[in-house]
Design a protein around this ligand. Structure first.
Ligand SMILES: Cc1cc2nc3c(=O)[nH]c(=O)nc-3n(C[C@H](O)[C@H](O)[C@H](O)COP(=O)(O)OP(=O)(O)OC[C@H]3O[C@@H](n4cnc5c(N)ncnc54)[C@H](O)[C@@H]3O)c2cc1C
Ligand SMILES: *[C@@H]1O[C@H](CO)[C@@H](O)[C@H](O)[C@H]1NC(C)=O
Ligand SMILES: *[C@@H]1O[C@H](CO)[C@@H](O)[C@H](O)[C@H]1NC(C)=O
Ligand SMILES: *[C@@H]1O[C@H](CO)[C@@H](O)[C@H](O)[C@H]1NC(C)=O
Ligand SMILES: *[C@@H]1O[C@H](CO)[C@@H](O)[C@H](O)[C@H]1NC(C)=O
Ligand SMILES: *[C@@H]1O[C@H](CO)[C@@H](O)[C@H](O)[C@H]1NC(C)=O
Length: 601
């Protein structure tokens, strides 16, 4: 063992060496979100020793997280919060108009708005992430929607890996799903997996209520029905528009299912799988050897301790954790999410050489795409107040649209109900009382992915600089499509009978009768849109694409024994919502790794 470590080019003190020898596993998985958790569990279940390193704590038994309906409490809970602050563009004047801008006031608290008290520091646009066992799947809204089939087929096309075809990816969905809302054996669904799925209750449509009346108009304007299966294996699903039920990764008792529950089940399994979960362990760097003339990942450096990362509300720069090293016999797999995975790669010397040199990081592999190509769904909303308090059960449901200028597939997913979703800020969301109604609009097929995650320093505890560069390319078309969606929903709301109507719109065109120009509404959406589905900052692509970071089997180009398996791997935003697509991606990665091992044996 000693010889192997020395051959690996590691020059470490004797004390550390003892620790290093004690800490060797077949696989190291970094991050326990929907990318890392299934992968760690699958590899352990296949008989390998796996350690899963997670910066946060286990909050799986806390009701903020275990009950899906508490997702807003979870999102605001400082026990899991990682508070990121991002930009939407390089244009300072445009940034300065973002109404939910967050500031740090002189007394250390947050201020949200455009008129901060004197002495405040501008932080930017709040972007929540969860650092806890299970990742953002522990505080998210739980909406489980599969992308358009064309989104998977695109990856197959650019990589020549048929494993990415929608028809094959569906098998991974079937493996991971434990469907609780459809009759057994419904094609395209699974019943024995770890992601329990349920759908919003359509019975409110049988009530005599205000919400039923509004939903009826939305259905008559867009089609569909509130009980329709949003994840059906319909061969024409990419063109299917109108109202559907809203599927969630929660069981019929409202218990959140997926990452944390899978890990707990795996740890408790009588088969005693060799999975070690290490909490409050921040990975700071990947360790390499150069035995074969090219870099090969052999382990990671960590800081052990609570609140080690600057995004943590309890972070204290003076309280640095204990450093350590952990080694992998087979592979290191990074799954820190779209902001942290590129940061970890760059801190380790994998990224654009110029940027690394600026921070005196020795270049291990010059890969220009690391941290670039960051994409996100654009989000906006038609928000209005009815003329009376709305009664009945709000019955959230989802609506797909294909607006006139959409490219091949449907381009909008929305959901409607009695809520006010206007983006994120510390303490989100807003609340406008019992007459509030919103159709929250998600552009699932954005034309631009010009965002980036770049280092601010070589300190692994410090947050990177994140700029989503919204609407940088094809922005006018995407804004038109968002506005067309607004118009569809506005027309439907206007056709509801009094006394529910007239609706007094709050945005994008305030008032009872709309006289705003299209340009004015697009400008409003451009300035005030938001997002929370970041992907694609370590994109899969062919080796001859200079911006590709990963091959089709998630291996970092030009580096051995290193993969990235999380939402950062999608070369394009996976239309719809990313959490279930990321579970599927983790299943594909598990299958790829196990298939290669089987071939080698
Ligand atoms: C408020 C909110 C609501 C959302 N709602 C939905 C929704 O309804 N439906 C949907 O589909 N998607 C939703 N999403 C998005 C979805 O949850 C994410 O896309 C998904 O969780 C991404 O998975 P991931 O594995 O890539 O990363 P993450 O879930 O971010 O997991 C990464 C994990 O890695 C850990 N980590 C990071 N860096 C390190 C390090 N250096 N060392 C150790 N550990 C590290 C983190 O602590 C975290 O646990 C939502 C997101 C947010 C923020
Ligand atoms: C689990 O893996 C660790 C690290 O590789 C090893 O030391 C230990 O012996 C394994 N345990 C079992 C029961 O195989
Ligand atoms: C749940 O989160 C809220 C913040 O949203 C926090 O005040 C509360 O203490 C948390 N509850 C538990 C049980 O941790
Ligand atoms: C999910 O389904 C399984 C059975 O398939 C059940 O044991 C479990 O309690 C359900 N809920 C969660 C949150 O896992
Ligand atoms: C809602 O109010 C209407 C009268 O405006 C009434 O007919 C209906 O029964 C109410 N529905 C519910 C579910 O309370
Ligand atoms: C809105 O338009 C309607 C119909 O044209 C009209 O009766 C009403 O007075 C207008 N309301 C306002 C506030 O302008």
């Amino acid at each position: 063992m000693l010889r192997r470590l020395l051959a690996a080019g590691l020059f470490i003190a004797a004390g550390t060496l003892v620790e290093a020898v004690a800490e060797t596993y077949d696989y190291i998985v970094v991050g326990s979100g929907p990318g890392g958790a299934p992968l760690a569990a699958n590899l352990a279940r296949a008989g390998y020793s796996v350690t899963l390193l997670e910066a946060g704590l286990d909050l799986g038994d806390n009701k903020n997280y275990s009950e899906i309906y508490n997702f807003i409490e979870a999102g605001n809970d400082e026990k899991s919060r990682w508070d990121f602050f991002v930009k939407h563009s390089e244009d300072e004047a445009r940034e300065a108009k973002y109404e939910k801008t967050t500031w740090r006031t002189a007394d250390g608290s947050f201020y949200v708005g455009l008129d901060p008290p004197e002495g405040s520091t501008r932080l930017g646009i709040y972007y929540p992430r969860a650092a806890t066992l299970g990742g953002c799947a522990m505080h998210n809204g739980g909406i489980c929607t599969l992308p358009n089939d064309a989104d998977w087929d695109y990856i197959a096309e650019i990589t020549d890996d048929d494993g990415w075809l929608a028809s094959n990816m569906r098998k991974y969905f079937e493996k991971m799903e434990a469907n609780e809302y459809l009759p057994p054996n419904t094609p395209g669904h699974g019943y024995d997996g770890y992601v329990n799925t349920t759908i919003s209750d359509p019975s409110f449509m049988k009530q005599d209520s205000d919400f039923q009346k509004v939903a009826s108009q939305l259905i008559s304007h867009t089609g569909g029905d509130a009980g329709r299966d949003v994840n059906a294996a319909d061969p024409d699903r990419d063109q299917a528009t109108g109202v559907f039920g809203m599927a969630s990764h929660a069981d019929r008792n409202g218990k959140r299912a997926g990452t944390n529950t899978l890990l707990k089940k795996t740890l408790a399994d009588p088969a005693k799988f060799n999975l070690t979960v290490q909490l409050e362990t921040l990975v700071t760097r990947i360790i390499f050897n150069w035995e074969a003339g090219e870099p090969s990942a052999t382990g990671v450096e960590v800081l052990r301790g609570s609140h080690q990362y600057e995004a943590d509300p309890s972070y204290d720069a003076a309280k640095q954790g204990k450093s350590g090293r952990i080694f992998a016999r087979k592979e290191v797999i990074i799954a820190g999410g779209s902001f942290n995975s590129p940061q970890i790669l760059k801190l380790s010397g994998i990224g654009p050489a110029k940027e690394l040199e600026k921070f005196h990081i020795p270049v291990v592999k010059d890969l220009g795409g690391v941290g670039e190509n960051l994409g996100d769904n654009y989000e906006a909303g038609l928000q209005a107040l009815a003329s009376k308090p709305l009664n009945g059960s709000t019955g959230p449901f989802t609506v797909f649209l294909k607006t006139p200028t959409a490219r091949k597939t449907r381009n909008i997913q929305a959901w409607c109900g009695s809520f006010s979703f206007e983006g994120f800020w510390p303490g989100f969301p807003a609340e406008y009382g019992p007459s509030q109604y919103e159709c929250a609009i998600v552009h699932i097929n954005p034309r631009s992915q010009a965002g980036y995650v770049r280092l601010r320093s070589n300190d692994p505890r410090q947050m990177p600089e994140i700029n989503l560069n919204f609407f940088a390319e094809g922005g006018d078309e995407d804004l038109t499509e968002l506005l067309d969606a607004v118009k569809t929903f506005r027309t439907a709301l206007k056709s509801v009978d009094a006394p529910i109507t007239p609706f007094n719109e709050r945005h994008p065109c305030p008032g009872v009768n709309q006289s705003c120009t299209d340009e004015a509404q697009k400008e409003f959406i451009k300035l005030q849109s938001y997002s929370h589905h970041a992907t694609s900052s370590c994109a899969i692509g062919p080796a001859d694409d200079p911006m590709a970071v990963l091959d089709s089997k998630f291996r970092v180009h030009g580096v051995k024994n290193l993969r990235v398996v999380d939402a950062s791997a999608f070369p394009k935003v996976p239309g719809a919502f990313p959490v279930c697509p990321t579970f599927m991606l983790a299943e594909k990665a598990s299958a790829d790794i196990l298939a290669a091992l089987a071939k080698a044996e």
